[in-house]
Design a binder for this molecule. Structure first.
Ligand SMILES: C[S@@+](CC[C@H](N)C(=O)[O-])C[C@H]1O[C@@H](n2cnc3c(N)ncnc32)[C@H](O)[C@@H]1O
Length: 314
């Protein structure tokens, strides 16, 4: 890695210490990683806060990096995540190279239930873990491996809203003919799982161009590009056809107005996975689903987040 040569020369570093509400830690870690932090570690984690340490070469880009990081943090509320008011940033010069090999620990592999493992591309799988050459149709009882490069897009499998969606999705079964829509695909993680479970085709949409680039990369890495139609689009407006399953892990403010429209894009008995819903908003979403002919099949909760699996009635 080119960064290593800088490490080996014993260059000086800037350490950026970010204390953040736990809900935003995943997104900030992704951002730092994607913006050439050559070291990244989690110093401390508890139920409420996470302290991240990121390291950059000490150079004349330091001020610009900090300004861009603050801009990114200011945008977090638009993803439904805590923003500036719950985040502090400190900077200092740093000499030690101790962290050189520890930063990758910020993205350990994630197990989702018994059958799904999400691992960064650099992680070497052990013999008893699913292997890359097992990719392909992984329906059945074998473990499914999702490879992800953390990028600026949301969705490494560490955030509760993604985990809830992965859990609900992994409980479904696919017969190789299902057509799925993934609204707000982010890193593409849910589309990848749907295809690896046996869905025939996924229409993956996102309003954010950065997310589209990250998702496309992840579809290639996972060998599923031919099964995905990736488009920049907002909500359901450009969707055509009827789907066996629609997934939306966004935020309640975006999901709620879409509930009256979901039925027209779902086949009879089609399913809906909704996530990004706060516990305090869950009842409103469930009532709206019932009012539009859906039956709630499963409601899962992790921390203050709720994920719902619902089915369109007859
Ligand atoms: C919480 S992330 C979920 C990402 C990924 N699906 C996951 O489960 O981790 C929400 C994603 O929805 C996108 N998004 C937000 N509003 C949207 C809208 N109205 N239409 C389509 N995508 C939207 C965001 O850009 C972001 O990538």
């Amino acid at each position: 890695m080119e960064q290593k040569s800088f490490l080996q020369t014993g260059g000086r570093w800037t350490q950026v210490k970010i204390k953040t509400a736990i809900a935003s830690a995943d997104a900030i870690a992704n951002y730092l990683f994607d913006h050439q932090a050559v070291g990244l570690e989690i110093q401390e984690n508890n139920d409420e806060y996470s302290t991240l340490l990121a390291y950059f070469p000490q150079d004349d880009l330091t001020t610009m990096r900090l300004r861009n990081l603050r801009r990114f943090i200011a945008k977090l509320p638009s993803f439904g995540l805590p923003g500036e008011e719950s985040i502090t940033i400190e900077m200092r010069a740093y000499d030690s190279q101790d962290w050189a090999n520890s930063w990758r620990s910020a993205f350990p592999p994630q197990e989702i239930g018994d059958h799904v493992v999400v691992a960064p591309t650099w992680h070497q799988m052990e013999e008893d873990e699913p292997q890359d050459d097992e990719l392909g149709d992984q329906s059945g009882t074998e473990k499914i491996l999702i490879r992800l490069d953390p990028g600026m897009a949301f969705g490494t499998g560490h955030h509760p809203t993604t985990r809830l969606s992965l859990h609900l999705l992994s409980g479904l079964s696919f017969k190789g003919r299902e057509i799925v829509a993934d609204i707000g695909t982010g890193s593409g993680i849910l589309s990848i799982l749907a295809v690896k479970m046996g869905a025939k085709k996924v229409i993956a949409l996102d309003i954010d161009e950065t997310a589209l680039n990250v998702a496309e990369h992840n579809f290639v890495v996972n060998g599923i590009k031919d099964h995905v139609d990736l488009r920049q689009s907002e909500g359901l407006v450009n969707l055509t056809g009827k789907f066996h399953l629609i997934i939306s892990n966004i935020v309640s403010q975006v999901i709620l107005p879409m509930i009256p429209s979901y039925p027209q894009y779902l086949r009879k008995g089609g399913k809906l996975i909704l996530s990004g819903i706060l516990d305090s908003e869950s009842q409103t979403i469930r009532t709206a689903l019932r009012d539009h002919g859906f039956q709630c099949l499963q409601v899962r909760q992790q921390d203050e987040w709720v994920g719902i699996l619902a089915q369109k009635g007859n």
